[in-house]
Write a protein that binds this ligand. Structure first.
Ligand code: ATP
Ligand code: MG
Length: 510
């Protein structure tokens, strides 16, 4: 059934969802127009993912009605939701890695040569998949195994799959948070193609510039309540922030400039065959050192090599002037270097394993250099950090697995903050964290350096690295290609160095 531009595809009427101790959705009523890209945003824990899970039948609402395509949806299950044309692309992708792109697209709906035959019509499936991809202007070989594709391409295969199953509504829960800028741009192009086919999209993101760029309307949730839905033309990024957090955020990057202290970390001629080439740099106490570069430039690899996550083929590391040999992450913690990896899921998992927030943090005792750290002290520190970061949880005993995505990330940060390390390496620390809480993360970084730690941040968001770092190193293909002081760093200069074009004059080579 074709729908006109302003018809409603989806209507929520006073939808309420409670979890023990949490009112996740409080009588939310909203409408989504057919054919729109509809943005959904709000602070960590505001209820976005819960709303989505209700629409896909993963959770049942306690109260309220859902109308979709002119029909009231009752006792929704994931299978039923799919049958009605509601598809969702979760952050954890659901493709089967050892199957090809075609096989994944047709999974459960394979084409056969005869009506009841068991011979698959592979040629026909390949043909259909190719035509679908042409349709979406997606340049990908459908015969590839999905496990060999990058995360961006895997997402696109999921979108193909949704479109192919005749989805009327495709929901994307923070699809861009682990994509490079280029991949995100590809995704936006595909979203435009999908929209042109008349499919409606709900797009969740903490990157408000993206919401502004690709959405027709935006809905803001706060504390489980609907604040407002606006046409995007009537909502500036600052308006959206105000609706989200209930106040203005005047300073998104609250940089406090301190003085340079002792040389905390010295990395000399670090080598990892085929990955890192002659990487040398120093980080100082009292300073935030930023690593910029494109995804795959070798920044995470540098951090992994330093902290013993990957073996190295050469190079030397000094911590506060002392030679150290780091062969494992354990050695790294012992040397006073904390590494907060970009892989939240991997890190979060230890915390999720049905362990309460507090007891998972008590494990820190084992890692702590101060073996005498008392349980009570840990609890107090935990509560302070939870307060600082506005951790949204009924109390510190809540099971971490029940926290919203962004709040889990805050727990990971809290965990590392408590390690008493003197050198902190943060890889994409604010991924999935809302604008307000980001400021609190930056404040914690300020506090760390003020207390004499050295902080290294790896981040793909240019504004963040330029806003917070005292010095910026740029990497390209496993080498450091430029170094800038905060004052001399511009987006153009960084991008230039990040693409390997840095010639003499464009920043000095470290
Ligand atoms: N299975 C669950 N059990 C208990 N509480 C839950 C569960 N799922 C979500 N919650 C709680 O419901 C609230 C809303 O969480 P939700 O995941 O919807 O937030 P969100 O808006 O998606 O946040 P984020 O931006 O961090 O992803 C949070 O307080 C969360 O802790
Ligand atoms: Mg969420």
């Amino acid at each position: 059934m074709a729908m006109g531009k302003n018809e409603m595809l989806l209507r929520l009427d006073r939808v309420t969802k409670r979890f023990p101790g949490v009112l996740a959705l409080d009588s939310v009523s909203m409408e989504v127009r057919a054919g729109d890209v509809h943005g959904l945003t709000g602070e960590n824990g505001a209820g976005k993912s819960t709303l989505i899970k209700i629409l896909t039948g993963a959770y049942a609402p306690d109260e309220g009605e859902i109308w979709f395509n002119g029909e009231k949806l009752e006792r929704l299950t994931p299978l039923k939701a799919m049958g009605k044309g509601i598809a969702c692309i979760y952050q954890e992708l659901n493709l089967i890695p050892h199957l090809t792109v075609v096989e994944n697209i047709f999974l459960g709906r394979e084409l056969r040569k005869s009506r009841r035959g068991d011979i698959l019509d592979r040629a026909k499936m390949l043909e259909e998949a190719e035509s679908l991809m042409r349709d979406l202007a997606l340049n990908l070989d459908p015969r590839m195994k999905t496990g060999e594709l990058g995360i961006g391409h895997q997402q696109m295969v999921e979108i193909c799959k949704a479109v192919h199953s005749d989805a009327k509504l495709i929901i994307m829960d923070e699809p861009t948070s682990s994509l490079s800028e280029r991949e995100a741009n590809d995704l936006f192009r595909i979203i435009a193609q999908v929209k042109a086919k008349g499919v409606t999209v709900i797009f969740i993101s903490h990157r408000l510039d993206e919401v502004k760029r690709i959405c027709d309307r935006v809905t803001v949730l706060r504390d489980g309540r609907l604040v407002e839905t606006r046409d995007i033309g009537e909502a500036s990024v600052d308006d959206i922030i105000r609706l989200m957090v209930g106040r203005e955020i005047t300073n998104k990057y609250p940089k406090v400039k301190g003085g340079r202290g002792a040389e905390a970390l010295s990395v000399e001629h670090l080598e990892r065959r085929g990955v890192l080439h002659d990487v040398s740099f120093k980080a100082y106490a009292g300073e935030i050192l930023g690593f910029a570069g494109l995804v795959g430039a070798g920044r995470t690899e540098t951090a992994r090599a330093i902290t013993g996550a990957d073996p190295i083929d050469g190079g030397a590391i000094k911590v506060f002037g002392q030679d150290v040999r780091i062969r494992s992450p354990r050695d790294s913690i012992d040397a006073g270097i904390a590494f907060l990896t970009e892989d939240r899921k991997g890190q979060g998992l230890i915390l999720i394993k049905s362990v309460s927030f507090n007891s998972s943090l008590v494990r820190l005792e084992r890692y702590s250099r101060l073996g005498f750290l008392k349980l009570k002290a840990i609890r107090q520190m935990t509560e302070k950090i939870a307060r600082d970061l506005k951790l949204r949880a009924p109390d510190v005993e809540t099971v971490v697995g029940q926290l919203s995505g962004g709040n889990q990330q805050k727990v990971v940060i809290a965990k590392w903050m408590l390690t008493q390390a003197r050198i902190f390496i943060f890889d994409e620390p604010t991924r999935g964290i809302d604008v307000g809480a980001k400021v609190e993360v930056y404040n914690l970084m300020n506090e760390l350096v003020a207390n004499g730690a050295a902080v290294i941040i790896i981040c793909s968001e240019m504004d963040e690295v330029m806003g917070m770092a005292d010095r910026i190193l740029v990497m390209h293909e496993g080498r450091i290609t430029a170094e800038f002081g905060q004052a001399e760093a511009t987006q153009e200069r960084i991008l230039y160095a990040a693409s390997g074009l840095a010639a003499s004059g464009e920043g000095k080579i470290a």
